[in-house]
Each structure stands twice: as structure tokens, then as C-alpha cells.
Write a protein that binds this ligand. Structure first.
Ligand code: ADP
Length: 498
């Protein structure tokens, strides 16, 4: 093959070797149209590879291969399917360093704080689902003395998976691993900004799995993503991305009457009471805001409400801590913070910051420092910004920025802050920081979010059920539940014994 089979630490050579291809039916193939588009390193502006530009014809080809592979795969005992997915986890683990470097190259995410971690979580998700092959259980239901009523779980068929660029390997794993163990085949459409690492992941999976079971296409949303959603043989769609596109994908799924999972944006509140441990809370704000990833996280703590008694101390400690973070070359081990993904995203985040700075009464604290290395002069670096005094109606308070920007507000009483926290179209995540468990639990009950954490801000793990309410999405990812409820259907069988 053209791609090295063993892990390689030369991410640039690897990127070039992955140029211009999809992976369909076990083979690396160019787009039928022959078209490609550039893949750019956002830290330098250089083109590091090309990607195949998929369209409806490539979708057809991939879905046809997946449909054939799925028929055979569904007959493999579930436990055995799990074992194969577990073997994939071990193969991925062997490639952590390589995948970390590759994703750092194409996304600008710092290797030490973000990219390598993502590669580890990727393997962990496959390991988790690999162990669940025996758990695809149905039930018996007491119904009538003469009738035995059973339910069994069956795969859905070909799953279409559309992923974004912020944590593409992790989000691909949350879709592909449970879909496979459940007995489905998958066609993935990668994000145009980050097609390489997920292609390499797919290539590693294809060394162990039958051809056609996992296919990956690169290309743009309307030209390649939309035909995948609309393809008649695709029986389930799982999408992570923006609310706007999520709405389009959801509507297309509704027209076909197929199930859809939507993991969309967030504007997640973090609420800090005056009895919270200041140091741990500040560290939690930084983790949750994901400054290390330039804030490009759907669960980012992008609204922070702090009790007025500790507001100044918290703001100062947060700014000092972010100031001490090092922004620079994503592949350098000393770097804490990498780049924004793309020029378009860079301009969008800059526009939010400019609007905030121009708002009467608002102030901002810009933290950390731009890198001075001339090799990074074209890099898409933005200093983390902490805003104060914005009106609640500001776009910076209401809309998802997906950049290194958070807004701080003081509060006095818990009922008012609860109302403010819930005053959002989004409902993805929230956190409460207090040593008063009564208040913490009361808030956890009343906060409108799919995930509420008290005194911690852990990132997604394989075994927690993850997904938003309100405009943040539909359905759950991760956990056994997501596999059973969102990648299988339940068939009822009734046996008359009279
Ligand atoms: P982001 O803001 O993170 O880039 P998007 O929602 O724009 O999120 O993109 C997420 C994914 O959805 C990408 O893979 C993108 O190509 C894909 N996409 C964009 N438009 C469409 C569409 N009309 N149909 C299907 N997929 C789409």
C-alpha cells in the first residue's frame, strides 16, 4: 500500500501519503471526479496534503460497499463483533503518537494538551464498545399467560456519520465503534478542515475489519454530506456540527423517515458559589473552557457566573492562570495553546471579540501572548479573552463563539443565576461549584442541560451518556444506552403458546 503500515512519527510524510483519497470498500481511491482540495496547517498556512473531493457518485459507491458488507457483518455473533472492535482499539493504541501528531498538524491543536489526548480517548472508546458485544439484550414482557412476548435488538443497516473538525477522531469513534458492535456498517463524511487523521484511523480499522464495513469520504457539506444523508440505503444518520446544518440534516432525515442523532452547539454556563475552592474552580474553568483548544469545544464554559463576594478574586486568578499558558507551535511539547482551525473561523471569532470590545460598558482582559517565532507568522493564533460587563443581550452572551472567549458575570442569589443560566436556546452542559451539596443538587436538578457536573468539569468519557436538550441536539452518544437506543431497533416478537 501507499501508506506505511507501521506507525510513523513523520507527520508531514504521512500527510502527503494520505493525499487525495477516500477509503471505500477497503481501498484508498481518488474521487470519481478526480477532484481534490487542499489541507492546510493552520499554524503556518502551508498546504500539507490534498483531500479527495467527494460528491454523490462517491457516496453511491461507498454506500453500495457498506450495504454488502453489512449483510455479512450482521450474521457475525455480536460477541465476536465486539472482539474485533476491541482488537481495533489495540491497533489504534499502537498509533497514538502518530495520530496525535497528524491531528496536530492539520488542526493546530497542541500535541501535549489536546492532540495526543484525543488519540488516547479514540482508542479508549473502541476498547469500551469492544467489551459490550454481549450486552445487546432484549427483554421479555409479561403480557398474557398464553403469549410469550419478547423483544430483540437488531442493527439498522448502513449508518451515515457526519463529523466536524474540532475533535474529529473522538467524534468518529463515538459513532463508528457502537455502530459496528451493533452490527451496522458505516460511511463517514469527514470535515473539510480535518480529513487526514480520521482517514488514517479508517485505514488502521480496515486492516482488521472486513472491507466495506467502515468507509470514509472527504468533501464539502452540500456536495458530499447532503447526498449521504439523502441516500435511500442509508438507514440512520448521526451528525455532530452546527445548529444550522443540524437542522438541515434533521429535516432530510425526517423526509426519509429515518432515525437521526444530532450533537449540536452549546453555550454552557458555569456557576461558582462563594464557598467553592477557588484554585480548583479556576482550574476547572480553564479545562472546561478548553483554552488549550482555543475554546473550540461544544461544551465550553462560555458563560461564567461568579458569586459577587469572590468575583474579583476569581477573575484575577483566572486571568493570571491563562496568562501563564504558552501559545505556540502545536507540535512543540512546551505549547499549551495551539491555533484556530481555519481562516474563516479566525475571522468569525475576531468579529465577536471586536464587537465585544466596541460594546459600551464592556471590558476585556486578553491573556497569554502571541508566538513570536517567524515560522508561525501566518498562524491563526488568537489570545484568550475574558469579557466583563457585557449586556445580557450581547451576541457574545447568547451565541456560540467556538473560540477562546468567555464572559464573566457576578451574581448574588441562586434563584436569579439559575434563571439566567437557563435563559439560552442551548442546553448541552453546565457546571456548579459549591461545597453546599443542597444548593449543588438543587441547581443540578433545575439546570436545563444534558450534562451537569458539580465541582468538576470532566470531558466526554466512553461510559457516560452524552447529548444536549433544546437546540443542542437530539439523542445520546457514548454509553451502552447510545448503542442500544440509537444504533439498533427493537423488534417485538409474540408467540402464542395456546
Ligand atoms: P462547524 O461549524 O463545526 O464547521 P458544520 O455544521 O458547518 O460545523 O459542519 C459539520 C459537518 O457537517 C462537516 O463535516 C460539514 O462538511 C458537514 N455539512 C455541512 N453542510 C452540510 C449539509 N448541508 N449536509 C450534510 N452535511 C453538511
Amino acid at each position: 500500500g501507499r501508506v506505511p503500515a507501521a506507525p510513523t512519527l513523520d507527520e508531514r510524510a504521512l500527510a502527503r501519503s494520505l493525499s487525495g483519497v477516500h477509503l471505500i470498500d477497503g481501498a484508498l481511491v481518488p474521487a470519481l471526479s478526480g477532484r481534490t482540495f487542499p489541507v492546510v496547517n493552520p499554524a503556518t498556512g502551508e498546504e500539507v496534503a490534498t483531500a479527495a473531493e467527494g460528491d454523490a457518485a462517491d457516496v453511491d459507491r461507498a454506500v453500495a460497499a457498506a450495504a454488502v458488507a453489512q449483510k455479512a457483518w450482521a450474521k457475525v455473533p455480536a460477541r465476536k463483533r465486539g472482539e474485533l472492535v476491541g482488537a481495533c482499539a489495540r491497533a489504534l493504541l499502537d498509533h497514538v503518537e502518530e495520530l496525535g501528531r497528524l491531528i496536530a498538524l492539520e488542526t493546530g491543536k497542541a500535541l501535549r494538551t489536546e492532540s495526543r489526548v484525543e488519540a488516547q480517548v479514540l482508542a479508549d472508546i473502541f476498547a469500551f464498545y469492544g467489551g459490550l458485544g454481549s450486552e445487546l439484550k432484549g427483554e421479555t414482557v409479561p403480557f398474557h399467560p398464553d403469549v410469550l412476548l419478547l423483544t430483540i435488538r437488531e442493527p439498522l443497516g448502513v449508518v451515515g456519520a457526519i463529523i466536524p473538525w474540532n475533535v474529529p477522531m473522538l467524534l468518529m469513534a463515538l459513532k463508528v465503534a457502537p455502530a459496528l458492535v451493533a452490527g451496522n456498517a458505516v460511511v463517514v463524511k469527514s470535515a473539510e478542515e480535518a480529513p487526514l487523521a480520521v482517514l488514517r484511523v479508517c485505514e488502521i480499522l480496515n486492516r482488521l475489519l472486513p472491507p466495506g464495513l467502515v468507509n470514509i469520504l472527504s468533501g464539502f457539506g452540500p456536495e458530499c454530506g447532503a447526498p449521504l444523508v439523502e441516500h435511500p440505503k442509508v438507514r440512520k444518520v448521526t451528525f455532530t456540527g452546527s445548529v444550522e446544518v443540524g437542522r438541515v440534516v434533521g429535516q432530510a432525515a425526517a423526509r426519509k423517515i429515518i432515525p437521526v442523532t444530532l450533537e449540536l452547539g452549546g453555550k454552557s454556563p458555569m456557576i461558582v458559589f462563594d464557598d467553592a475552592d477557588l484554585e480548583r474552580t479556576v482550574a476547572g474553568a480553564i479545562t472546561s473552557m478548553r483554552f488549550t483548544r482555543q475554546g473550540q469545544s461544544c461544551t465550553a464554559a462560555s458563560r461564567i457566573y461568579v458569586h459577587e463576594r469572590i468575583f474579583d478574586a476569581f477573575a484575577a486568578a483566572l486571568a493570571a492562570k491563562v496568562d501563564a499558558m504558552v501559545m505556540g507551535d502545536p507540535l512543540d511539547e512546551r505549547t499549551d495553546i495551539g491555533t484556530i482551525i481555519s481562516r474563516a473561523q479566525f475571522e468569525k471569532v475576531k468579529a465577536f471579540i471586536d464587537e465585544g470590545l466596541a460594546t459600551p460598558g464592556a471590558t476585556a482582559r486578553a491573556c497569554s501572548a502571541l508566538p513570536t517565532d517567524p515560522a508561525l507568522a501566518k498562524g491563526l493564533f488568537i489570545r484568550p479573552h475574558i469579557f466583563f460587563g457585557l449586556p445580557r443581550t450581547s451576541r457574545l452572551v447568547r451565541e456560540e463563539i467556538f473560540g477562546p472567549v468567555t464572559v464573566l458575570f457576578p451574581f448574588r442569589d441562586w434563584e436569579a443565576v439559575l434563571e439566567e443560566a437557563n435563559d439560552s436556546d442551548y442546553g448541552l452542559a453546565a457546571s456548579v461549584w459549591t461545597n453546599n451539596l443542597k444548593i449543588g443538587l438543587r441547581m443540578a436538578h433545575a439546570l436545563e442541560a444534558g450534562l451537569v457536573q458539580i465541582n468538576q468539569n470532566l470531558v466526554v468519557q466512553a461510559n457516560l451518556s452524552y447529548g444536549g436538550i433544546k437546540s443542542s441536539g437530539l439523542g445520546k452518544e457514548a454509553s451502552l444506552e447510545a448503542m442500544l437506543e440509537h444504533f439498533m431497533h427493537k423488534k417485538t416478537i409474540m408467540v402464542n403458546m395456546a
